[in-house]
Design a protein around this ligand. Structure first.
Ligand code: GCU
Length: 688
């Protein structure tokens, strides 16, 4: 990977004190059968082992007959050594994707076994082993058993095929060059490797916006929205070659489709989901796709949302729409991912998804998953969790997270999403009584976790070298939502920046503190939404509501600020189960960081420590900037310790981040002052 970074798959030679133990077990390796996934495993070992061990390994074509130790990757059926090391029934019990890693003695030699019941599991197991070598972990007594928490761990690319832009993407143009397919670029395989190494098992290759929205909104990028054309026969043929690359890494391909495809791609004059011709059209289209791509995962649909067509256009509801598509995928084992991101008809958009979807619980087909954003608004720096989680027990649900940093600094700011995602996953919904955290949901077949992608053509992939950590952390949490933030971060930092302790500790501190810092200077930190003002023209798709638009979002008046979402307001708090609903309903009990999301309060309302609301907003904005400067200084302390390319890039980004944070702070604090008329106690804002 010269034209682009290797991210966490760097494979640098391990230190001397590990070399002997690793070489003893891995200088010889055997990868059992010939499934496409296994050829990918063999290729990965061919890349990784020479670099890690500083010596060329011997990759056997048949079970090794060497007198030395070796690494064996396969199922118990493939090899006596594996069958005798691990009981077959233990392997058979593993969920799809699960695997075992074991240190064994065979013929008196130290060996390693990677085994699983599926080929995909062998891919994940191999990447796990390579991660251990990459992070210099001991391998003498390995006894690892891993299974993914969720069946589906999907990446939604918001890539617009024919113009190669990425909506809300800050890493440059799309890596997918549809005009050149079926010609393949090496970068496709390297992307598949990155995703498989963290357990992602599905990719939706195009943007949810498949046509230019009829109702333009400042919220939506305008470049060109022609994703619907991917259902045309010649594009589907191109799609087969892309699918073949990702298949080798156990990744199923999906497409976003336009609900009006029977009219756009076909020549029908309606897309009414109950119309027989429309149904026949979708059926023929599904058959055509599966003929070409037998492991096709299914359709992702954004319907009746931000100008995209949907069942409402025909007086039907979301069940009619989703089920019509599900019917044609069902015989092929495909699934519809139907997004719940709808707003526009309710004064408070927070209440709408629940109002629309909860009454439909139980009516969706078995192969429909309703895909719900983590919060009720739209990937804000901090939101309460969606009220739909745990509220539709008869429906398969998926949790949608945003890996790209649309509202967290657009690839210019270093903002690590893992702490935010942990907060979401750990949140107790009380859906099934106390102890029902968000992460414990989505465990049924057909459920799962979805991340909105972040990569592009940039050398860094993600537009900011530190933002690679968000892609990594997404995959690791989608595999194991209970993994600790510390362990995931440590893995990423070590693999990405090496073993140097000062570098590791510094990068870890920057990452862990970055999210709260960004919330402070972007919003003031009390739960206000949609306040970020970027105003950097060159930034693609920057989010730029002017301050004059803000009052509508968060209820600023001369008297106070915040939106009443309790029973005296929009009633959103009441959509949660008790005791969550009670907690949010009460000013006294509502957590401070969400106070103004749920309550409209006087500017001078006193918080627990006696500080007023307006003063806390000022303080947080100023503290956010000071903290950003501290993070920048931390990074600067790594001069000479990180390669020049990454050091400079991140250092420059930090300079921009500080400048933007200062600008945000000034815009926000002026705004708070102009509405409240209350000057800052420390004289930083106002007329003192
Ligand atoms: C946000 C985002 C849009 C995107 C939309 C969605 O509004 O700004 O670019 O299309 O979410 O999730 O569909």
């Amino acid at each position: 990977m010269n034209e682009y970074d290797s991210c966490w798959l760097r494979y640098e030679c391990v230190p001397d004190d590990r070399l002997d133990a690793y070489r003893r077990r891995c200088r010889h390796a055997y990868v059992a059968e010939e499934a496409p996934e296994l050829s990918a495993v063999r290729d990965e070992l061919r890349r990784a082992l020479p670099a890690l061990l500083g010596t060329d390994p011997h990759l056997w074509q048949h079970p090794p007959t060497t007198a030395e130790g070796f690494l064996a990757v396969g199922t118990p059926d493939d090899m006596a050594m594996i069958a005798e090391s691990v009981p077959t029934d233990v392997v058979d019990d593993l969920a799809d994707g699960g695997y075992l890693l074991k240190s064994v003695t065979w013929n008196g030699q130290d060996c390693l076994v990677v085994t699983a019941s599926t080929d995909r599991g062998l891919v994940y197991g191999t990447f796990h082993l390579l991660r251990l070598l990459n992070t210099h972990e001991p391998v003498a007594d390995l006894d690892v058993r891993e299974e993914p928490a969720y069946e589906n761990r999907l990446l939604d690319q918001w890539d617009t095929p024919f113009h190669r832009s990425v909506e809300r993407g800050y890493g440059g143009e799309s890596i997918f060059d549809w005009e050149r397919l079926p010609d393949l670029r090496p970068r496709y395989e390297d992307y598949a490797r990155l995703l498989a190494s963290v357990g992602v098992n599905g990719v939706v290759f195009n943007n949810v916006n498949t046509t230019k929205p009829a109702r333009p909104s400042a919220n939506v990028a305008f470049d060109a929205f022609e994703g619907w054309q991917l259902l045309e026969p010649r594009r589907l043929e191109a799609f087969t070659s892309l699918a073949s690359v990702f298949r080798r890494y156990g990744i199923r391909p999906y497409l976003s489709v336009n609900f009006a495809a029977p009219m756009l791609v076909g020549d029908l004059d309606t897309a009414d989901p109950l119309d027989e011709d429309v149904r026949a059209w979708w059926r023929a289209k599904a058959d055509e796709i599966y003929e070409l791509v037998p492991d096709f995962g299914g359709f992702l649909v954004k319907a009746d949302s931000e100008g995209q067509p949907g069942p409402y256009d025909y007086g039907r509801d979301h069940v009619d729409g989703a089920n019509a598509l599900a019917r044609v995928l069902e015989p092929h084992g495909g699934r519809v991912w139907w997004r719940a991101f709808v707003y526009g008809t309710h004064e408070d958009r927070a209440v709408q998804a629940y109002d629309t979807f909860e009454p439909l619980d139980g009516d969706f087909a078995d192969n429909v998953t309703v895909q719900v954003k983590n919060g009720p608004i739209d990937f804000q720096p901090r939101e309460p969790v969606s009220t739909l989680f745990g509220a539709m027990p008869e429906t398969d649900l998926g949790l949608e997270l945003q890996i790209t940093g649309e509202y967290t600094g657009q690839g210019v700011h270093a903002t690590y999403h893992l702490p935010m995602w942990k907060e979401i996953l750990d949140f107790d919904t009380h859906a099934d009584g106390p102890g029902s955290p968000v992460g414990s949901l989505f465990r049924d077949d057909g459920e799962g976790i979805v991340g909105v992608g972040s990569v592009g053509e940039d050398h860094s992939w993600t537009g900011h070298y530190l933002a690679q950590a968000n892609l990594y952390a997404f995959g690791r949490l989608a595999w194991d939502p209970e993994a600790s933030a510390e362990s995931v971060t440590e893995e990423w930092v070590h693999q990405t920046f090496g073993a140097d302790e000062q570098v590791g500790d510094t990068v870890t501190r920057i990452l862990h503190d970055s999210w709260e810092v960004c919330i402070d200077y972007e919003t003031g930190g009390l739960g206000l939404m949609h306040m970020m003002h970027n105003a950097e023209e060159y930034l693609e798709n920057h989010y730029d509501p002017a301050p004059e638009e803000w009052p509508g979002y968060h209820g600023a008046t001369e008297e106070g600020i915040g939106v009443d979402r309790t029973s005296t307001g929009s009633g959103y708090a009441g959509q949660y189960r008790d005791p969550v609903a009670q907690r949010y309903e009460s000013v006294a009990d509502c957590p401070e960081e969400l106070l103004l999301f749920f309550h409209h309060l006087p500017w001078t309302h006193e918080l627990d420590d006696g500080t007023t609301v307006v003063q806390r907003l000022y303080d947080n904005c100023f503290a956010g900037v000071e903290e950003t400067k501290r993070l920048r200084a931390e990074w600067q302390s790594l001069d000479g310790k990180v390669d020049e390319r990454r050091f400079r890039h991140v250092a420059e980004r930090f300079d921009e981040q500080v400048a933007q944070a200062e600008r945000w702070r000034d815009v926000l604090t002026d705004y708070f002052y102009s509405h409240s008329g209350v000057p800052d106690e420390q004289g930083r804002v106002g007329d003192d």
